[in-house]
Design a protein around this ligand. Structure first.
Ligand code: AP5
Length: 220
């Protein structure tokens, strides 16, 4: 299945898509992780993206679209994929449709995860992430067994520099202005499935699995 996990910063796109990738054996493609890796490597892409990311703004569409065009042509996407953090503007959504059409593919389902703003801020200010396997933790809601160390691969956890309250509020504003309109694009395509993303991670995963099962059997 070709999937999009959609929602505001902190909705749980990364948390849920990491689990779904294991269940379905399809790659999770996070534009945020790709940009952070480019930034760490100090590549031209990373240096270009840095100034937008640190201010909680979107990286220009042209940059993201060519990055994704390359990525989606890779072999591991042949059996399906989960997009996490893309598309984020109407321009990106249209470009995605065209690039998939050129490969004879389409998006099967967009899972839109809804969470209220104050919960999003609480989740993001307490988030810690593994620098290697990218697993997300929360200092209160899902702490690692040993402070600062990933349960899965024992690598160090870090706090993202855009997870400061001021930048989080800016990211949420950008979401409302630029990204939320994409919801209507997928409503019109009749592939949008919205879920309440508050509650236990495992329960939300169950809801997503149910939706995907139903979609893969050809009815919503
Ligand atoms: P990106 O990395 O994509 O960040 P984001 O969209 O802001 O989303 P997050 O990763 O913050 O949230 P998430 O929904 O994945 O939540 P998570 O599962 O981690 O983008 C960063 C930047 O890169 C952007 O600002 C932009 O500059 C640039 N960028 C990226 N893509 C771009 C694009 N397409 N176009 C232009 N620019 C782009 O969970 C969050 C926390 O909550 C964790 O601590 C987790 O443990 C906890 N949590 C999760 N689920 C639950 C639950 N059910 N209950 C309690 N806690 C929970």
């Amino acid at each position: 299945m070709n999937l999009i996990f959609f929602g505001p910063p902190g909705a749980g796109k990364g948390t849920q898509s990491q689990q779904v990738q294991q269940i379905y054996g399809i790659p999770q493609i996070s534009t945020g992780d790709m940009l952070r890796e480019a930034r760490t490597a100090k590549s031209p892409l990373g240096l270009e993206a840095e100034k937008f990311m640190s201010e909680g703004k979107l990286v220009p569409d042209s940059v993201i679209v060519s990055l994704m065009d390359e990525r989606l042509k890779q072999k591991d996407c042949n059996k399906g994929f989960i997009l996490d953090g893309f598309p984020r503007t109407l321009e990106q959504a249209s470009a995605l449709k065209e690039m998939l059409k050129a490969q004879g593919k389409k998006i099967d389902c967009v899972v839109n995860i809804e969470v209220n703003e104050e919960e999003l801020v609480a989740r993001l200010t307490g988030r810690r992430q593994c620098e290697k396997c990218k697993k997300a933790y929360h200092v209160l809601y899902s702490p690692p067994k040993q402070e600062g160390v990933c349960d899965v691969c024992a690598s160090k956890l870090f706090q993202r520099d855009d997870d400061q309250e001021r930048t989080i509020r800016q990211r949420l504003k950008v979401y409302v202005d630029k990204t939320q309109p994409v919801i209507n694009f997928y409503k019109q395509e009749k592939i949008l499935e919205s879920i309440n993303g508050s509650g236990e991670v495992a329960l939300i995963l169950k809801k997503i699995e149910k939706i995907l099962e139903s979609r893969s059997q050809g009815h919503s």
